[in-house]
Design a protein around this ligand. Structure first.
Ligand code: GLY
Ligand code: MN
Ligand code: MN
Length: 455
C-alpha cells in the first residue's frame, strides 16, 4: 500500500511539544492562584512478586508523556498568572536499575520533558502542603478516591498551620471533565498516531483471516493478532481481544477465547492495538471456512450497509443521536425484509424493536482510552446529542446478534452474531475512516480467504 503510514519512520511517541501544549491548554483554563495535581499510575501486582505490564494513567500521560510509575505532576499558577510545572518522579537507583530497568531521574525529567522543576517522590509530602498554602483553588480528579484522600491529608496539614499564617484553599474542583474536553479533540499528531494504530490493527485482522481454519482454537487466532501488533511495535492490545467463534459472538465481551472453530460458523474478532498509549478498536466478522452461508451473508451485508450509512453521514454538526435514528430505521427495515422482525415498520421503529438484536450502542469516543473520555451530552432520555466537531474520533460499530437459544426466530438464523467496527475522525469536510486495510466486503473477505485455503 503506497499510503501506508508504516512506510514512514515509526512514530512511537508524540513530539515533546504536544505535551507542553496539552499542559498549556489546561493551564489556560485555570484561574490565577490555583494548583492542579495529576498522579501517575502505580505498578499492579499480578501475583506474588510479578506485576502486570505497566499502564500509565492516561490523563497524566496526556499532560507529560512520562511513562514511569508513582509520579506526580503539579501545575501551579500564581496570583499574577505565572505558570510553573513540577514533576515528582522516582529517584535514580543503581540497584533497581540493574534489576528492573532504567529510570529517567530528575535531571533528565527537566531536560527531556520540559517541566520547570523535578523532585524525587520522597519529597512530595514535605513540599505539597507548601504548594497548597495560599492557593484559592485546587484541581484534582475526584474519581481517584485514594488520591483525593491524600489531597485532604495535605490540606489538613495546611489548615493545621493557620495560626502560623497559612491559608487553606477554599475551592476544590474536579479536573477530570476539563482534561476530558481537551482529550476529546485530537491534534494532527494524535490523529497520525491513531491512524498508525489502526493500520497495525488492520494488518492483524488481515492476518487473522489468513490464518483461520476449521479446527483451530480461538486462542490460536488471538496469538496471530498479538504477533502482528507486537511485530509493528504495538506491544500491547488496547483491550482484551475478543475472538469469538459461532454463538460466542453473541456474548458481547467474550474473552475466554478457548473454543474450537467450527465449519459453517462465523468468527467475530474485536481487537485493536495500543500505540504510544492510543487505542484502535476494530471488529471484523468472517466465515471460519472462508465462505459465507446464505443466512450469514444476509445478516452480514445488512450490518455492513448500516455501518457505511452511519459513517458516510458523519460530518461536523452530526451527532450519535441522529446517527442512531438513521441506523436503527435502516436495520429495522432490513430485519423486516429478512422476516426476522414482523409488524408495521413505523411501529417497530418507534418501539425500538431493533434493540432486541442490536443490543449495544452505535459507537463511542476513541483515543487514549478505548472508551475514551468526553461528555456525550446524554439527556435524560439517554440520547447522545453532542454535535460532532473536527478532531473528534469515534467508533461506529453496528451489530446484529441472534443467540442459538433465541427460539423467537427461524432456526436458520440462530447462532449468528455479526459486528463490524471502524474508527472514524471528524474532518472539516466530513470524515476520515482510519480503518481502511481490514477487508470487509463479502467479496474481499472471501477472495482473501480463498487464496489462503487453497495454499
Ligand atoms: N472493544 C470494545 C468496544 O467495541 O467497545
Ligand atoms: Mn468499540
Ligand atoms: Mn470493539
Amino acid at each position: 500500500m503506497s499510503t501506508s503510514p508504516l512506510n514512514k519512520a515509526p512514530i512511537s511517541q508524540l513530539p515533546l511539544s504536544d505535551f507542553t501544549e496539552h499542559r498549556a491548554a489546561l493551564m489556560a483554563k485555570m484561574p490565577n492562584s490555583s494548583i492542579a495535581l495529576f498522579p501517575g499510575a502505580s505498578e499492579l501486582t499480578r501475583s506474588n512478586d510479578t506485576e502486570y505490564a505497566f499502564c500509565q494513567n492516561k490523563n497524566f500521560l496526556y499532560l507529560t508523556g512520562f511513562n514511569e510509575p508513582d509520579a506526580l505532576l503539579v501545575l501551579l499558577k500564581d496570583e499574577q498568572g505565572k505558570a510553573e510545572s513540577i514533576l515528582f518522579s522516582l529517584a535514580k537507583d543503581a540497584l533497581h536499575e540493574i534489576w528492573q530497568g532504567r529510570r529517567i531521574g530528575q535531571i533528565k525529567a527537566v531536560q527531556d520533558y520540559s517541566v520547570d522543576k523535578s523532585f524525587v517522590v520522597a519529597e512530595i509530602d514535605s513540599l505539597l502542603p507548601d504548594y497548597l498554602d495560599g492557593k484559592s483553588q485546587v484541581f484534582f480528579g475526584f474519581s481517584n478516591h485514594d488520591f483525593a484522600a491524600q489531597v485532604f491529608t495535605w490540606l489538613k496539614q495546611v489548615s493545621g498551620s493557620i495560626r502560623q499564617g497559612a491559608k487553606t484553599p477554599q475551592h476544590l474542583t474536579d479536573v477530570d471533565p476539563m482534561v476530558a474536553e481537551l482529550r476529546l479533540i485530537k491534534t494532527d499528531n494524535e490523529l497520525a498516531l491513531m491512524r498508525q494504530a489502526n493500520h497495525i490493527s488492520g494488518l492483524a485482522h488481515q492476518r487473522a483471516m489468513q490464518k483461520c481454519h476449521v479446527g483451530k482454537f480461538e486462542y490460536q487466532i488471538e496469538a496471530e493478532i498479538l504477533h502482528e501488533f507486537a511485530r509493528h511495535g504495538a506491544r500491547h492490545p488496547a483491550y482484551a481481544s475478543i475472538v469469538a467463534g459461532g454463538d460466542n459472538a453473541n456474548i458481547l465481551h467474550y474473552t475466554a477465547n478457548n473454543e474450537v472453530l467450527k465449519n459453517n460458523e462465523l468468527l467475530l474478532i474485536d481487537a485493536g492495538a495500543e500505540l504510544a498509549g492510543y487505542a484502535a478498536d476494530i471488529t471484523r466478522t468472517f466465515p471460519v471456512n472462508g465462505k459465507f452461508t446464505t443466512e450469514q451473508k444476509a445478516i452480514y451485508q445488512l450490518v455492513l450497509d448500516a455501518k457505511n450509512l452511519a459513517i458516510n453521514s458523519i460530518k461536523p454538526g452530526m451527532s450519535f443521536a441522529k446517527l442512531n435514528v438513521l441506523t436503527n430505521a435502516f436495520l429495522t427495515q432490513g430485519l423486516v425484509d429478512l422476516g426476522i422482525l414482523v409488524g408495521d415498520l413505523t411501529e417497530l421503529i418507534s418501539d425500538k424493536k431493533v434493540k432486541e438484536y442490536f443490543i449495544h450502542g452505535l459507537g463511542h469516543w476513541l483515543g487514549l482510552d478505548v472508551h475514551d473520555v468526553g461528555d456525550y451530552h446524554i439527556s435524560t432520555d439517554r440520547e447522545q446529542l453532542r454535535a460532532f466537531e473536527v478532531g473528534m474520533v469515534m467508533t461506529i460499530e453496528p451489530g446484529i446478534y441472534i443467540p442459538l437459544n433465541d427460539l423467537s426466530v427461524a432456526e436458520k438464523w440462530r447462532g449468528i452474531g455479526v459486528r463490524i467496527e471502524d474508527n472514524i475522525a471528524v474532518t472539516a469536510t466530513g470524515f476520515e475512516n482510519f480503518t481502511v486495510n481490514s477487508p470487509q466486503t463479502i467479496e474481499d473477505i472471501e477472495d482473501l480467504m480463498a487464496e489462503i485455503q487453497k495454499a
